[in-house]
Design a protein around this ligand. Structure first.
Ligand code: ACO
Length: 336
């Protein structure tokens, strides 16, 4: 029997502490005006001392499970997309698996920086299509504040901490896209599901955005380094490209998309991508002003917000896209 995956529920978590641009400007040589004008960011959430990526991930996963109405004991896979794991090993996902009370299944991390959630979603979708799992929790979780150089004003103002999660469930029937008018699945889930995912990377651009440490190279954790202007240039080009690739693969045009849920790096990147695609900015879910760039967590955080406030409705076509260090980039198209 052909399988497809449905996003059954979502959840997210942001640390309590909010740091405004003005507060940041007390210790960093910057200003609210500069940050808002260049990035659209007004504030970010920062994890408390002793609060780890796995703690944020657990809260997001619990909320997604509750929203999906699925019990943790029925989950057979946990995938955490993160650049800021609790430890070099074991995978943060194994800690989340344990803290969810799961004693079965598999858990592992995925590292594709800001594209991590899309990579993890694509892996999970293919695990379900291949019959290797029935219920998967996919989480994007970061404590990016821990790898920032707080003396480097060109990077430290851009990022924040947070986590978001979705619960994927196997449904019978092929991709709804290949079956106009619905799928073999009857009932509530007719026509829902992930239509396609698309992944890319180009390691020749890895020096544009990286961390200057790591277990094998320096035996230190390191800090984020970035050639901002170049990353910006690649982002608008690659993101417009991946959106076109996704639409072409599904025989769709930008007008068919109800919602774009982009990785939240910079409001100017979102505006530039929307302009290039001739897509009204009102159809983009924007959280970068309040969350800043939470790397792998930004898409599931934005998705959760738009689902819970009622913008994203059952049957809507939702396109998620991201670019991050590597450079990596990717997309996922979902019939909600
Ligand atoms: N506060 C005040 N001034 C600053 C700050 C700051 N935080 N940071 C840099 N400046 C100064 C610079 O020193 C420079 O001053 P100078 O002209 O006297 O030398 C001036 O502002 C302009 O600096 P630029 O680097 O040219 O500024 P730019 O317009 O390129 O904006 C930014 C920088 C916001 C980082 C931009 O390049 C950008 O958004 N790049 C994309 C990077 C990104 O979003 N990365 C996230 C990860 S990748 C992803 O998620 C897609």
């Amino acid at each position: 029997m052909t399988k497809r995956s449905i996003i059954l529920g979502c959840g997210s978590y942001l640390p309590e502490r909010i740091v405004s641009n003005a507060e940041l400007a007390e210790t960093v040589d910057t200003s609210d005006e500069w940050i808002v004008e260049r990035t659209g960011i007004k504030q970010r959430h920062i994890a408390a001392e002793g609060q780890y990526t796995s703690d944020l991930a657990l809260k997001a996963a619990e909320r997604a499970l509750a929203h999906a109405g699925v019990d943790a004991k029925d989950i057979d896979m946990v995938i955490v997309a993160t650049t800021t794991p609790d430890n070099t090993f074991p995978a943060t996902a194994t800690k989340v698996q344990h803290n969810l009370g799961m004693v079965n299944g598999a858990a592992f991390d995925v590292q594709a920086v800001c594209s991590g959630f899309i990579y993890a979603l694509s892996i999970a979708d293919n695990m379900i299509k291949g019959g290797q799992a029935e219920n998967i929790v996919v989480i994007g979780a970061e404590t990016f504040s821990r790898i920032l150089d707080w003396e480097d004003r060109t990077t430290c103002v851009l990022f924040g901490d947070g986590a978001g999660a979705v619960v994927l469930q196997a449904a019978n029937g092929a991709d709804p896209a290949s079956q106009p008018g619905g799928s073999a699945d009857l009932g509530d889930n007719r026509g829902r599901g992930i239509l396609s995912t698309h992944l890319h990377s180009d390691g020749s651009t890895r020096d544009l955005l990286y961390v200057d440490g790591g277990p094998s190279s320096t035996q230190t954790v390191g800090h984020v380094r970035m050639v901002g202007k170049e990353v910006f240039r690649h982002a608008v080009t690659n993101l417009a490209g991946i959106v076109h690739e996704t639409l072409d693969a599904n025989g769709l045009s930008p007008a068919d998309i109800d919602w774009v849920v982009p990785h939240q790096a910079n409001k100017r990147i979102l505006d530039g991508t929307a302009r290039k695609l001739k897509l009204p900015i009102e159809r983009m879910v924007v959280t970068v002003d309040r969350h800043a760039n939470t790397s792998a967590a930004s898409i599931p955080l934005a998705l959760d917000e738009a689902v819970k406030d009622g913008r994203i409705q059952r049957g809507d076509l939702v396109l998620m896209e991201a670019m991050g260090g590597g450079l990596t980039w990717g997309s996922a198209l979902v019939r909600w």
